[in-house]
Design a protein around this ligand. Structure first.
Ligand code: ZN
Length: 269
């Protein structure tokens, strides 16, 4: 992570608003960069100062009294009426409470039913969270100048590069002859674990393919609805989960995934 990017994310880091992978990147950078570490210290000190009690101001009791009396003065009828009104209907109060309790129970029931019926009202599912993470990683890899740790168009260079860096060996195919050359790879983080990111190119566009072991993944290919102009496809093969994400067209991405699977199919490699 660059200094510029780190300093942009320092406030979010202080407030605990960064996702796991970015937090790890931040901490790695902060350990080695004095300038960014000082920026963090500076903001921490500023926050400590702002939280100091000498800066908090409590309104005096007299002000509170003045506001209340001017409210009473502006509406004397309501002020006079309320106590007698309460007294007259005193015996109804338990009944009113019961009615409120009933109304509350009905509201709670409606909320539960609505949450069951309307998927959008529920929190994001783990799949939606993962899709968001995949998209974030893709965008970050492009904007942070961190697309590749190993730059190579040779699958026999890229695949061994991951040895010793990951606890698995990702399958790597090259699709140069089909117009999707492999250009490199890097380590990335998804769902709190290290994953392999394989980078392919389609003309001027990049495709990130995230790979990690997932024995339980279904073998069906799932095309996700485009998000912020990016297309995403997920699938499983041979105990691995794959996510491809890119700003190439949906057709190009589908073709890419089809070719990748066709190359992987003959187990002769
Ligand atoms: Zn720095």
């Amino acid at each position: 992570m660059s200094c510029k990017l780190t300093q942009r994310f320092v406030p979010g880091y202080l407030d605990g608003e960064l996702d796991l992978s970015r937090t790890i990147e931040m901490e790695t950078h902060l350990q080695t960069c004095g300038e960014c570490a000082r920026e963090l210290d500076r903001l921490q000190a500023l926050r400590g100062t702002l939280q100091h009690s000498s800066l908090a101001y409590a309104a005096p009791e007299a002000l509170r009294e003045r506001i209340q009396s001017s409210l009473r003065a502006s509406n004397p009828a309501a002020a006079a009426e309320r106590p007698s009104g309460w007294n007259a209907f005193q015996f109804l109060r338990p009944l009113l409470l019961l009615r409120w309790a009933g109304a509350f129970a009905v509201l709670a029931l409606c909320a539960v039913v609505a949450l069951q019926l309307v998927p959008g009202l529920r929190g994001p599912s783990s799949d939606q969270r993962l899709a968001a993470e995949v998209l974030t990683s893709h965008v970050r890899s492009l904007e942070a100048n961190h697309l590749m740790d190993v730059v190579s168009t040779d699958q026999h260079t890229v695949k061994p590069w991951f040895d010793g860096k990951l606890d698995f060996s990702p399958p790597v195919e090259d699709l140069a002859s089909d117009g999707f050359p492999l250009v490199g790879g890097r380590l990335d983080y998804l769902e709190g674990r290290e994953v392999a990111a394989l980078v392919y190119q389609r003309r001027k566009h990049f495709i990130n393919v995230f790979v990690w072991p997932d024995a339980l993944g279904s073998s069906s290919t799932q095309t996700l609805a485009p998000q912020q102009g990016y297309n995403m496809v997920r699938w499983s093969r041979g105990g691995f989960q794959f996510w491809a994400v890119s700003d190439v067209s949906a057709q190009d991405l589908a073709e890419f995934v089809r070719l990748l699977e066709a190359h992987a199919a003959p187990e002769s490699k």
